[in-house]
Design a protein around this ligand. Structure first.
Ligand SMILES: [Zn+2]
Length: 349
């Protein structure tokens, strides 16, 4: 089995929602459940050895627009969120991550050595990620505190605007060049992440914001869960020029399993063949090289192909990649080593 370290999941969102409905997140993760995509037993069964676990603040007003007869849709951006309620939710999710670690349900990792150790010990290697920075204040005090709590990766924006920058809407077909980029505070946030050793994630940011980070950050450029715009022209996917910049920086793109970002018709249809995933991997490998492509499933955050279904089915993708001609050494890079390389760089190892 080829162990996978994955660039993006929303398991903390699912555990938090179920906790709010009376569930026990520790028991749910340790014993397993039929809800969603990731828990300890299913991760183990599918060789999902670890990943970046997002602290995401839900947008209550998000309703994805139905496509028209041509399959086209534009979901308006969600409204900006207030800081204090966002901070409260972020703390609740960070607390779940810390309690899972304390209970031995997973290991919250702060270095690539800790990730390798957890994978070797057969325990899920979680890295705390923040998807959208609404919980961070303008003075960046909370960035310091979250870093101390284990935060090692951060997307300045989700698909909405905040004090740091601007996000892209869920729309098909649409260019990622949908508006302004980083604000002055956003540039400060990037420099602070560089200093602290927090990876900056460019998934969900506008193309302008992407270039603002590219000219400011000293890290490899990363889009943790995005695909090729040339194949599926949603605003969330990356143009060839963006991919060229990612390659030149030594960064990577994590393949997003969301069917709306894989299919050429952009439809939310789970009977999407694995060949659509291979098509995106092939395209990105051809454009950037094998060192710059990885996985970023979006488990627990998106509709994914039914041939994978959940974390337990993750090796079906690995088998399909092998069937498409990827050799063992290439699979190792795609499945985990590329992520470990860029995390080590961003974390000043
Ligand atoms: Zn996302």
């Amino acid at each position: 089995m080829e162990l996978v370290f994955d660039g993006h999941n929303d398991v903390l969102l699912r555990l938090w929602r179920n906790m709010k409905a009376g569930g026990d997140p520790i028991a749910e993760f340790m014993k397993g459940t039929s809800s969603g995509h990731i828990d300890g037993p299913r991760a183990k069964a599918g060789g999902l050895a670890g990943g970046l676990c997002a602290i995401y603040i839900p947008s209550g007003d998000l309703v994805l627009k139905e496509p028209d007869a041509n399959g086209h849709y534009v979901t308006p951006l969600s409204a900006p969120l207030d800081h204090l309620p966002s901070l409260t939710i972020a703390l609740e999710k960070a607390a779940i991550a810390l309690r899972l670690d304390r209970a031995g349900a997973w290991r919250l990792c702060r270095s690539t050595a800790e990730i390798r150790k957890a994978m070797h010990d057969g325990i899920f290697a979680a890295v705390m990620h923040m998807e959208g920075s609404e919980a961070i204040d303008a003075d960046l005090d909370n960035l310091e505190v979250f870093h101390a709590a284990g935060l090692r990766s951060l997307g300045p924006v989700w698909s909405r605007h905040n004090i740091f920058g601007h996000g892209v809407p869920f729309a098909f077909p649409m260019s990622p060049d949908t508006g302004p980029g980083l604000t002055d505070l956003g540039f400060e946030l990037v420099r602070a992440c560089n200093r602290l050793g927090i990876l900056i994630d460019l998934s969900h940011i506008t193309e302008k914001g992407f270039w603002d980070v590219a000219k400011t950050s000293d890290q490899p450029l990363i889009a943790s869960h995005s695909n090729a715009h040339a194949l599926t022209p949603v605003a969330r996917n990356l143009t060839d020029r963006q991919m060229d910049a990612i390659r030149e920086s030594g960064g990577l793109v994590g393949l997003n399993y969301a069917v709306t970002m894989l299919r050429d018709d952009g439809r939310d249809n789970v009977s999407t063949p694995l060949s659509d995933m291979i098509r995106h991997v092939d395209y990105m490998v051809k454009r950037m090289g094998i060192d710059h492509v990885a996985l970023g499933s979006d488990f627990d955050g998106a509709s994914i192909p039914e041939e994978i279904q959940d974390a337990a089915g993750n090796q079906n993708l690995v088998a399909a990649l092998r069937g498409a001609g990827y050799a063992d050494a290439e699979l190792t890079k795609l499945c985990r080593e590329n992520w470990l390389r860029v995390l080590g760089k961003a974390w000043h190892e």
